[in-house]
Write a protein that binds this ligand. Sequence first.
Ligand code: NDP
Length: 449
Amino acid sequence: MNGTIKARIESIFDQVIKRNPGEPEFHQAVREVIETLGPVLEKHPEYAEYKIIERICEPERQIIFRVPWQDDKGEVQINRGFRVGFNSALGPYKGGLRFHPSVTLGTIKFLGFEQTFKNALSGMPIGGAKGGSDFDPKNKSEGEVMRFCQSFMTELYRHIGELTDVPAGDIGVGTREIGFLFGQYKRITNRYESGVITGKSPAWGGALVRKEATGYGAVYFAREMLKVRGIDMEGKTAVVSGSGNVAIYAIEKLQEYGVKVVACSDSAGFIYDPNGLNLDTIKQIKEVERGRISAYQAIHRDSTYTAGGNIWNVPCDIALPCATQNELDEESARTLVANGCIAVSEGANMPTTPGGIKVFQDAGISYGPGKAANAGGVATSALEMQQNASRDAWTFEYTDQKLQTIMRDIHRDCYETAKEYGMANNYVAGANIVGLKRVAVAMLAFGII
Ligand code: NDP
């Protein structure tokens, strides 16, 4: 990278820190991307001339709103709602809603920034966005969750639309919450606008495979990374963190491919089952009872439950972080490598810290960053939008085939692009460069907006 471009990148990053104080996750996401862009900026001086990177780092719009609701005791509760439209160069804003007490504007901005690159990489006509609230759905009654969702949508509805901004689920937002949100949107607007939100139940406009898509997609991506190295997944051992939507369907697909998945977790601890996890039990605990993963141990006596602890100490060939950001640090990465891990495919967004990523890359193992490996979720959301627009409903097999093709294409694009820019096997650089180039083409065409 020449000195001028290096200085330019440093200056862009300094500006991002100055303009967005107290948002370390957003800074981390920006740094991870712009650090890899030197070679593409050398080839495309017009990106600098038109300040493409500076514009990409500044959200197009940020909405913050009060969400008042009443709990079951009649007490008034106040939460904060966010929706950040990051970039709409390639299509309507698209990205999930996260309900978790840790959510801040900085969290939503990191996710929205990542989403812009991911959505471009998916090859679908969608821009990047994210939203959510510091509301904690845990230990809330169904009525409380419904009243919160209704209040949240009472403000959000005026900012979204099938051609403007299309939210979906993320941590703490599944089909139940999407139902409450869509119901309130329909009621306020007097429109049955299916394409305004994705992650709907197939019973009322949702797409088959959407529920499975992120987890399945992360496994398809892992399979592609291993395939280029001539390695088959069958017979390997895996560890998957989390036990939510992404983790459950990653485990399902891994098991289908003959991989033994020995551990998964929630925010309280992890279970280890030397016989391989029983997925029916996990689905029953997490999807039906909305319980804690510790309950698994009482049913499968050979398993062990570790409260707290570090799931990455469990030896495995393949690791799928599917819980949350920065859950896999440098020390955990070293442990995984020392224990013989050959591939990491991220179901979660930014789960590996920068130090952890460096360990994987230095060790030469296959490392698939979230914006590539978990893009199957949003890609299938775009397939849901397509079905809504044409009032059609595709079969599971047909949709899954499309998902597999999309994940193969994403892998190929990242792999080939990294090679083209002299960074072979660096999927982080490949993903960032492909995403940037697709967004930049449209931004340049639209002029200074
Ligand atoms: P869920 O809410 O269904 O599950 C989240 C899982 O992660 C739970 O097991 C949860 O444990 C655990 N978890 C959440 N926060 C923390 C934390 N701070 N520390 C430790 N564990 C935590 O969410 P999803 O499965 O949908 O999302 C998981 C990840 O995948 C997120 O990073 C999300 O952004 C990403 N993602 C999701 C997509 C989707 O389609 N759903 C698409 C692309 C990415 P507990 O129940 O104890 O909180």
